[in-house]
Design a protein around this ligand. Sequence first.
Ligand SMILES: C[S@@+](CC[C@H](N)C(=O)[O-])C[C@H]1O[C@@H](n2cnc3c(N)ncnc32)[C@H](O)[C@@H]1O
Length: 213
Amino acid sequence: MARMKLRKLEEYLQGVDGFEQPKILLEQYPTPPHIAACMAHHMQAQHEDIEGKLIGDLGCGCGMLSIASTLLGAQLTVGFELDGDAVDTFRSNVVEMELPNVDCVRADVLQLAGSKWEKSFDTVVMNPPFGTKHNAGMDMRFLEVALRLANKAVYSLHKTSTRAYIQKKAQEWGARGSVIAELRYNIDASYKFHKHKSKDIEVDFWRFDISKE
Ligand SMILES: C[S@@+](CC[C@H](N)C(=O)[O-])C[C@H]1O[C@@H](n2cnc3c(N)ncnc32)[C@H](O)[C@@H]1O
């Protein structure tokens, strides 16, 4: 069970400040509050992967997924983010919301494999860069790191068009992957300067099980 109702969680997440000036090359768009709330609620209600657990959030941005995890009772949540401006917003969000046991480390996620963070978390959650801005394969590089940092489960968003490839790579990396939900997600809406008409993209919400059966 989740301690907070889905609707209440979404209401809180609507108060999370987003990127002031999103950096397109870093694919900075926040997970919409409704999607973040559904993700976290599912993680706890269906798998008990949040309450009392150590949570890592890769490419945490302004903290949407970290804050959702904290609100659902994570013991400790650590976000990792490359961009200093996003780290500042993350920290001001958690201060404003008076949330304990959650912080953000400024770091390049791609440097975390083999670091002291290896196998440090029960659960890793992320909405990684999809690799559409001259950084092809970035989401897979994030996923490989996430699987090394977690002990039990990784939750992630990936474009639906890459589903078969992700399933194959997850198996190679020793994880049992399953698609929990298919979402529609409007990324361009986050970038005020986009002039062309934006459209939804199809995104899968994945759970990767890496617990020893
Ligand atoms: C799609 S946004 C998601 C933000 C946040 N997790 C959320 O759900 O609202 C991806 C985030 O990854 C960060 N990022 C991109 N490359 C990174 C890297 N190599 N290491 C750490 N963070 C990175 C971006 O700055 C951005 O905040």
